[in-house]
Design a protein around this ligand. Structure first.
Ligand code: G2I
Length: 451
């Protein structure tokens, strides 16, 4: 039985020493809805997330397993990842993600076989004849799709083939093979794994526009020619407040062509810092996307492009923007998470307070018998003018030095309060303090309380 418990500000647990616990108010623990994957399954939909293989342990792994019924490797199956040098393969992360999914009853969406980006240098720098290029593409598809034959539910066979105006993107593939590279790639993928659903995936094709109409016309002609095409992926890298109003209509027109549709890379970015108004708008936007998919039976489901703000491509690509996913950087579900649950028929239990400050403890480095830790105090929809953070070490750890806070330790109980200069935590902001400590045997992360 899967349950979700989120621990918010004011929490005090039995594990905290009485000395620490006395400082803080009563627990505000809420039991949330069933996991998103169960809610989605009851509606006949898949709820997925992109993942990074190396992170699939601890809290990240727990949430991935509990909440999602499909995984897309964010980078691990791209050509540049699997064959960085010609003929020399690295399947480790891709294999790991597939094994994780199988262990947790999840589908895998293979991503992606034929793209203009994240290709290995040897491929992009080569001077290939059309015959050589076609051979390389077909061999790559045969090898990678064949490796996972019968185990992957879907493949994004061709990624991002169009320009915004609906003309074909000038890529290695288009320039070398012409537009028919798309039909060739789909045909090769069908041969390599007849049971996988084969998709063309693109961005800015969520609403009805020139680009999505070009995709529509392509899918129509592929169907007419008998080329194997099972679905279209609408990536849905969206901007706050800008969910296209024609999204459901667009999904429906593809469904009417006789293909499935999936929302494959959903995120909704905003200018940082986030605040309550933006997070509320984001929740409404997530719900609008969910509802557009739910309204069309051939919409297979929705995948978010990373479920936590700590694993999102947005901040590095769009400086100053972020907070695009349903969980914050400390794995607390945001209003967007609850909006997804509600759209899937959940939302029957009390949602968490949207005004909250939280404290998150992490170990940033560890050696022989010492470690460096940090605690980040963050606020969203609330603010602080002073703060105290407390916890109880579970394995005899001792603080030896702290900075940006004054910390005292009595037995296992630690209390840290703000320095003279960092008591203020604004709405949408955060303050971090650090410390060195000693440990032996193990160094478990304690539960922290903010007072
Ligand atoms: O760009 C966003 C997505 C658009 N649709 C196709 C997706 O495959 C694409 O995903 C992103 C990944 O989320 C990023 O993680 O694709 C990016 C590349 O276009 C990925 O970024 C790359 C960085 O550019 C590299 O520097 C980095 O080594 O991620 C790599 C692995 O972390």
């Amino acid at each position: 039985m899967r349950t979700l418990r989120s621990l918010r500000t004011g929490l005090s647990l039995a594990v905290l020493g009485t000395c620490v616990a006395a400082l803080f108010t009563a627990p505000a623990v809420y039991a949330a809805d069933p996991p998103l994957r169960d809610l989605a399954a009851a509606k006949g939909k898949v709820m997925g997330t992109a993942v990074t293989g190396s992170k699939l342990t601890g809290t990240y792994g727990d949430i991935t397993a509990r909440e999602f019924s499909a995984l897309t490797p964010g980078n691990a199956m791209k050509w540049g990842s699997v064959e960085p040098t010609r003929g020399s393969f690295n399947w480790a992360e891709a294999d790991q993600i597939v094994a994780f999914a199988e262990a947790h009853g999840q589908q895998v969406r293979g991503h992606t076989l034929v793209w203009h980006s994240q290709n290995p240098g040897w491929l992009t720098n080569g001077n290939w004849t059309p015959a050589e290029l076609g051979g390389l593409m077909n061999d790559h598809i045969a090898l990678e799709v064949g490796r996972y034959k019968g185990r992957l539910a879907t493949w994004d066979v061709v990624n991002e083939p169009f320009n915004e105006d609906g003309t074909y993107r000038q890529t290695l593939w288009y320039n070398g093979l012409g537009a028919d590279y798309i039909a060739q790639a789909l045909t090769a993928a069908r041969t390599a794994d007849p049971s996988a659903k084969l998709y063309i995936n693109d961005y800015n094709v969520e609403g009805v526009n020139a680009k999505s109409t070009a995709l529509y016309n392509l899918v129509k002609s592929l169907k007419e020619r008998g080329v194997p095409i099972d679905g279209v992926g609408l990536q849905a890298h969206l901007i706050l407040g800008q969910v296209p109003s024609s999204m459901q209509q667009n999904i429906q027109r593809f469904a009417d062509l006789g293909v499935d549709v999936a929302i494959t890379e959903l995120d909704i970015r905003m200018q940082l810092p986030s605040d309550r108004a933006k997070l509320t708008q984001q929740a409404a936007d997530y719900k609008a996307v969910m509802n557009a998919c739910l309204a069309v039976s051939r919409c297979a489901g929705v995948t978010v492009w990373g479920f936590t703000d700590s694993d999102s491509w947005i901040p590095s690509t769009f400086p100053g923007q972020g907070a695009a996913t349903p969980y914050d950087e400390n794995y607390a579900p945001k209003p967007a998470y609850h909006a997804i649950a509600e759209s899937l028929g959940g939302g029957t239990t009390t949602p968490p307070p949207t005004d909250a400050c939280t404290a998150a403890y992490s170990v940033t480095s560890e050696w022989n018998t010492g470690f460096t830790g940090q605690v980040r105090v963050s606020c969203s929809g609330a603010a602080l003018s002073s703060w105290k953070v407390g916890w109880t070490f579970g394995a005899g750890q001792r603080i030896t030095q702290a900075w940006n806070a004054s910390c005292t330790q009595s037995g296992a109980a630690v209390i840290c309060s703000n320095a003279s200069y960092n008591g203020t935590v604004p709405d949408g902001g955060s303050v971090t303090f650090g410390f060195n400590g000693s440990w032996s045997g193990s160094n478990p992360v304690p539960v922290v309380a903010l007072g």
